[in-house]
Design a protein around this ligand. Structure first.
Ligand SMILES: NC(=O)c1ccc[n+]([C@@H]2O[C@H](COP(=O)([O-])OP(=O)(O)OC[C@H]3O[C@@H](n4cnc5c(N)ncnc54)[C@H](O)[C@@H]3O)[C@@H](O)[C@H]2O)c1
Length: 368
């Protein structure tokens, strides 16, 4: 097993989570460099995590410290340009979510001349707990049966002060509200469990927060395998919870947590007459590791060691981004949106605001 040389770009809030999770990867990674435009923040972060390489630009960091992997922990509007720069310098990229502000922005990755097989991956840490892998392998199989009905709720609470950071709650810098910035984790897991979605009907509104985006969205989703789901994304919910429920023919799978789960956050309920098969199918799975950044880092190192494509790589990250774009497109046009509809020339390809449609719809319906 190789020890990977890792650099963190952007040393704000989430960077601390990356650094502490890197420390839990059993020496499979060494944090060799960090970069921030804010020198005081950079120095404090580097002192705390004993990082030698300290840079104010990504270009210098790439040239001098030559990391194997760069973690992008910068605000959302920077991710794609920085990802392309890393790939072209031959460094793998692990970008915080959202991977880009729009599908057009994301598709610029195709133009990157990635050196030495460098690959892109997006942080979607909820995919990486053992229970998620167990659920994915059992859904649609003979013990649990076909998935029929599902629910995916991200009911979080963010007060007005949360939006004081200049990039938060804006189309230009964050690309949207709770759909792009918060619920994206939970519906990424739903898509990971249920496979390709087919059609979305959605609403979005600004109910209470003084942002320029939505603070609530809700979608009805039809999946290719026939399952039907609701997806709700809210920043207005004082009792916070992140829930997924999938009713299959012979078992209900439920996950209830907030920002990360352990196996005990999952509940399996068998349909009458299926208790034994459902229980032994679930307990026969490896169910030790919870979700979290370190679980994704380790899966990334396993893939690199084996010469395999990175998990949560560009294709699957794009599918999740396309789903977010479909929620906005449906909500702001009042029309259903099918997978594959949002292509160059479509109003929501260039941005989640749909060339200003989102702004106009939200302004005319805002209660904030
Ligand atoms: N996966 C998760 O659970 C999770 C949780 C929180 C945030 N995030 C994501 O992480 C990202 C960062 O969020 P945050 O809350 O840490 O933001 P933050 O504002 O606290 O930190 C961002 C840092 O990037 C620095 N920065 C800005 N421009 C830079 C540049 N050109 N080069 C280097 N550094 C630069 C800023 O000075 C700041 O220190 C966002 O995309 C956010 O959505 C993910």
């Amino acid at each position: 097993m190789q020890t990977y040389r890792v650099a963190i770009v952007g040393t704000g809030g989430i960077a601390a989570v990356h650094a502490s999770n890197l420390a839990r990867t059993d020496d499979r990674a060494e944090l060799v460099a960090a970069c921030d435009v804010d020198d005081a923040r950079l120095q404090a972060f580097a002192d705390q995590h004993e990082i030698v390489g300290r840079y104010q630009t990504l270009t210098e960091l790439l040239a001098e410290s030559k990391p194997d992997i760069v973690h992008l922990c910068t605000p959302p509007m920077m991710h794609i340009d920085q990802a392309i720069e890393c790939l072209e310098a031959g460094a793998h990229v692990l970008s915080e979510k959202p991977p880009a502000l729009s599908l057009a922005d994301f598709d610029r990755l195709n133009d990157a001349k990635a050196k030495g097989g460098a690959q892109f991956s997006c942080v979607f840490q909820h995919r990486f707990g053992d229970a998620s892998a167990a659920a994915q392998s059992l859904i649609g199989g003979s013990d649990f049966g076909r998935p029929l009905v599902a629910r995916c709720d991200t009911l979080w609470y963010r007060p007005d002060e949360y939006f004081d950071l200049p990039w938060r709650g804006t189309w230009k810098a964050e690309g949207g509200g709770p759909t792009m910035g918060h619920g994206i984790h939970q519906f990424d897991l739903l898509l990971h469990l249920l496979g390709p979605w087919e059609e979305v009907n959605a609403i979005a509104s600004r109910q209470a927060r003084a942002t320029s985006t939505e603070d609530f969205s809700a979608a009805l989703v039809r999946f290719e395998n026939g399952a039907a789901a609701t997806v709700i994304n809210s920043l207005l919910s004082p009792r916070e919870t992140s829930d997924i429920r999938i009713d299959c023919e012979f078992a209900t799978i439920e996950l209830s947590h907030l920002y990360g789960y352990s196996t005990k956050d999952w509940t399996i309920t068998a349909a009458p007459g299926h208790e034994d098969t459902v229980s032994s199918a679930w307990s026969g799975q490896p169910l030790e590791r919870g979700s979290g950044h370190s679980a994704q880092f380790l899966a990334m190192y396993d893939a690199l060691d084996a010469g395999l494509p990175l998990p949560a790589g560009a294709d699957s990250a794009r599918q999740t981004l396309e789903f977010a774009a479909a929620i906005y497109a449906s909500a702001f046009t009042g029309q259903p949106v099918r997978r594959g509809d949002i292509v160059p020339g479509h109003a929501f390809y260039e941005g989640m605001d749909g060339e200003g449609r989102g702004t106009r719809v939200l302004a005319s319906t805002a209660r904030a």
